[in-house]
Write a protein that binds this ligand. Structure first.
Ligand SMILES: [Zn+2]
Length: 59
């Protein structure tokens, strides 16, 4: 599944692909596909199995 997040650096909306096989709580670093700066991605799943991503700056 995908979620849409807003890059904390350039403000562009990005579609992130969420790998549900990675578990219900994930954290990793991914480069923004627009400005190529690295951001921390946090993925969490609700009890209903809905996955949501949020992003924050690394610094
Ligand atoms: Zn960006």
């Amino acid at each position: 599944m995908d979620d849409t997040v807003t890059c904390p650096y350039c403000g562009e909306e990005i579609d992130l692909a969420i790998d549900q096989g990675g578990g219900q709580a994930q954290e990793y670093v991914e480069d923004c596909e627009v400005c190529c700066r690295p951001m921390r991605v946090s993925v969490s799943a609700s009890d209903e199995g809905e996955y949501a991503a949020s992003v924050s700056r690394l610094d």
